[in-house]
Design a protein around this ligand. Structure first.
Ligand SMILES: Cc1cc2nc3c(=O)[nH]c(=O)nc-3n(C[C@H](O)[C@H](O)[C@H](O)COP(=O)(O)OP(=O)(O)OC[C@H]3O[C@@H](n4cnc5c(N)ncnc54)[C@H](O)[C@@H]3O)c2cc1C
Ligand code: FES
Ligand code: FES
Length: 489
């Protein structure tokens, strides 16, 4: 029998939460039910960070704390995790070190953003290493402040995040690990009945069976899309199946060909392994949303949502990735590009799950480049995303995979440009022109609030030229302002 309550750790106690509505967000739980109102509601769509909370979980046997946007996090996500909020930090009249530093360095004026910043700093404090200024900037990119300005907040991070955390959470680590482990032993969770429920299966077979039995249920991974269906589109969702408690779906393993990534692996979990394929893959991941988004959002969700502007699909398509889909006990594998059929239409049957993504590593004669073009550097969706893989024989291109996001109704390869690239001699830039011009045959992009059609086309052509320029190696160190290969700016 599955348990009929979500169980999570709160202030050292295991909370059993059985009276939970499928659409309940963690922010509403905190503010409306628990009445912990330190956590603020700003944008309610994952952008501003005012609602940031820390989520503690066990990873590779260690307790880690990651920031998350409570406004778009669903309660089912908390099962087997610890929830820490700004209301918990001060104790017996003493502020937490990150709060104390914010006070001493004047990191707060109106204070509306402050609880979110404090919680992001709390997770940085717990990383156990002294961050560089660039790492602090990266860590705080998902927290917006309208009046203090960022310098004093960054100073507070430098002062408090010393690499040697020692607070109540550190002292309670073994107790926390024991309690979270105990919850994990509890198995599958099913709250509700067949007309409306939250399911948090732990066993892969239970997940596959539930999804097949309830093809009308919403599959939820990190909810960085689904959360907005609730808070912005006001959709009514009565059945929710969470995939995040199935350990197998978080596994990232080396294969003879490259890397196999479980669909529920978060961006944060997958970042290091994917960056090892090529630094540009790591750089693309670093620029997805914010730390909060990357700690919840998953690679599988970024594919399953079928968005034409998702950042990982063009990268994975160019690398030659395949996707494994599972329905009950049956699995099928297809090239990732074939998964995307048309706008809003993917090759996925009702009740079928995205299960795994396999990414080949680069061969010795293969060169990869990827570039994200967006209006803002951080926390922005792509206008155009270009990913390129070229195989070379000496100075000649022998194979080309050129994939774009933001240029068509689906993430898609530029087949005309790929064919024309076969004539490329890296030492003769005039031989690149045919492939660059062919992009105009491959795409007829749309104009929208992110970019005009002509801008998109110009950018796509320029990105191909940039990739070839970098691979040819004739221009060194001058093609990028930030995100130089293998080194965060
Ligand atoms: C503030 C903010 C910034 C963002 N920035 C970026 C960005 O820079 N780049 C970018 O690409 N995206 C961005 N996104 C979008 C979002 O983070 C991604 O699309 C994310 O990968 C979705 O993953 P998820 O796990 O949160 O999916 P969810 O929201 O849980 O699910 C998304 C969709 O996939 C389905 N689904 C999820 N997992 C499975 C599965 N295993 N099998 C079948 N169906 C499944 C769900 O039913 C749903 O239809 C941003 C979102 C926010 C809120
Ligand atoms: S309220 Fe803005 S990110 Fe949650
Ligand atoms: S202190 Fe006012 S928004 Fe940051």
């Amino acid at each position: 029998m599955p348990a009929n309550a979500i169980r999570f750790l709160r202030r050292g106690q295991i909370v059993e939460y059985g009276d939970v509505a499928p659409m309940r967000t963690v922010l509403d739980y905190l503010r409306l039910e628990e009445k912990s109102r330190g956590t603020k509601e700003g944008c309610n769509e994952g952008d501003c960070g005012a609602c940031t909370v820390a989520i503690g979980s066990i990873r590779d046997g260690r307790l880690v704390y990651e920031p998350a946007n409570a406004c778009i996090l669903l309660m089912g996500h908390l099962h087997g995790k610890e929830l820490v909020t700004v209301d918990d930090l001060a104790h017996g009249g003493t502020l937490h070190p990150v709060q104390q530093a914010m006070v001493e360095l004047h990191g707060s004026q109106c204070g509306f953003c402050t609880p979110g910043f404090v919680m992001s700093l709390f997770t940085l404090y717990h990383q156990g290493r002294k961050p560089s200024r660039a790492e602090i900037n990266d860590h705080l990119a998902g927290n917006l402040c309208r009046c203090t300005g960022y310098r004093p907040i960054i100073d507070a991070a430098e002062k408090s995040c010393t690499g040697k955390p020692l607070d109540r959470w550190v002292l309670a680590t073994s107790d926390t690990l024991e309690k979270l482990g105990r919850i994990a032993m509890g198995g599958d969770v099913f709250v509700g009945n067949s007309d409306g429920f939250i399911a948090v299966p732990r066993k892969p077979d239970t997940l596959a069976r539930l999804a097949d039995d309830h093809p009308d249920a919403v599959i939820v991974a990190g909810a960085t899309d689904v959360g907005l269906w609730i808070t912005k589109q006001m959709r009514d969702i009565s059945k929710v199946i969470h995939v995040g408690s199935v350990t197998e779906l978080h596994e990232i393993s080396a294969t003879p060909e490259g890397l196999s990534i479980g669909a529920a692996a978060t961006y944060a979990e997958a970042e290091e392994a994917l960056a090892a394929i090529d630094p540009d893959v790591g750089e693309v991941l670093r620029r997805i949303g914010s730390k909060q988004v990357r700690s919840s959002g998953t690679i599988g969700g970024n594919i399953a949502n079928g968005s034409p502007i998702g950042d990982t699909p063009p990268v994975l398509i160019a690398l030659g990735a395949t996707i494994t889909l599972r329905q009950r006990d049956d699995e099928r594998v297809l090239p990732l590009e074939d998964f995307f059929i048309a706008y809003g239409k993917q090759d996925r049957l009702p009740g079928e799950l995205v299960w795994r993504i396999d990414v080949p590593r680069l061969k010795g004669n293969e060169h990869f480049r990827a570039y994200k073009i967006s209006k803002r550097f951080d926390q922005d969706i792509s206008a155009v995303m270009g990913a390129f893989k070229f195989a070379t024989d000496g100075r000649y291109v022998t194979e080309a995979c050129i994939a774009f996001g933001g240029m068509a109704a689906t993430p898609k390869c530029a087949s005309h440009a790929e064919a024309a690239a076969m004539a490329i001699d890296l030492d003769r830039p005039e031989s690149w022109s045919e492939a660059i011009a062919a992009i105009g045959q491959d795409f007829a992009p749309i104009s929208d609030m992110r970019a005009t059609a002509s801008y998109r086309l110009d950018v796509a052509k320029a990105l191909l030229r940039k990739a070839l320029t970098e691979i040819a190696g004739t221009v060194r160190g001058e093609t990028r302002v930030v995100g130089t290969r293998g080194k965060a700016a």
